[in-house]
Design a protein around this ligand. Structure first.
Ligand code: DX5
Ligand code: ZN
Length: 223
């Protein structure tokens, strides 16, 4: 099993995003995670397609776009055109989730479903066969630097079991409060994509922090 590290630029210096991405890539980042917030679904505003477009010109790894917005359908095409390789949408805002996932895939990107901490695993029951990945939120979305919710571990296990039951090998991405102290545990639970903002860009050396997070995730988990 390969663990992928997805540094979230939410905690980077927005005046120097290019350098932030380059540092994370030198440290071995597999993806760059981009948090899009609209001030409605979550109480914060961040960035949109122009930032994705600029980063796609300099990033050497795929861009993983996490849409924390109320009407993602309106913007899917723009994000894919801007360079998003993976798009995660929140189950909580989508009455027609199946249609949205198909739309992302038709545009040529990987389609993921994100679940808030309070959203039951069962929300995936009818859609498991259609997801390219599942993003399990381990904090309430909206801000970086929050504390990991311990119950996430058993939730990841339950998501993995549900996917396996339905014959899906879609990877699980875990997002929020991930650092060297809990990385191995979430990997053991079944997550293979680790998003980390504060524990990478909140340090003075994101290159090293990226490398150390991977080491912590894999060494202690024995993978
Ligand atoms: C939270 C975002 C996360 C966030 C993670 O709403 O979805 O991607 O950037 O940051 P940390 O790792 O600092 O919790
Ligand atoms: Zn995110």
């Amino acid at each position: 099993m390969t663990v992928r590290i997805a540094p979230s630029i939410l905690s980077a210096d927005f005046a120097a995003l290019g350098q932030a991405v380059a540092a994370a890539e030198r440290g071995g980042a597999d993806l760059i995670h981009i948090d899009v917030m609209d001030g409605h679904f979550v109480p914060n505003l961040t960035m949109g397609p122009p930032v994705v477009r600029s980063l796609s010109r300099i990033a050497r790894v795929p861009l993983d776009v996490h849409l924390m917005i109320e009407e993602p359908d309106r913007y899917l095409e723009e994000f894919v055109r801007a360079g998003a390789a993976m798009i995660s949408v929140h189950a909580e805002v989508l009455p027609h989730l199946h249609r949205t996932l198909q739309a992302i895939k038709e545009l040529g990107a990987k389609a993921g479903v994100a679940l808030n901490p309070s959203t039951p695993v069962g929300a995936l029951e009818e859609i498991a066969g259609d997801v390219d990945h599942v993003l399990v939120m381990s904090v309430n979305p909206g801000f970086g630097g929050r504390t990991f919710i311990p119950r996430t571990e058993s939730k990841i296990q339950a998501v993995r079991a549900l996917l396996d039951r339905q014959g899906s090998s879609a990877p699980i991405e875990v997002d929020g409060g991930i650092d060297a102290t809990n990385a191995a545990r979430v990997v053991q639970a079944g997550a293979t994509i680790l998003v980390a903002g504060n524990s990478i860009f909140g340090t003075g050396d994101p290159e090293r922090a990226t490398r150390e997070l991977r080491a912590a995730a894999t060494r202690k988990a024995g993978v």
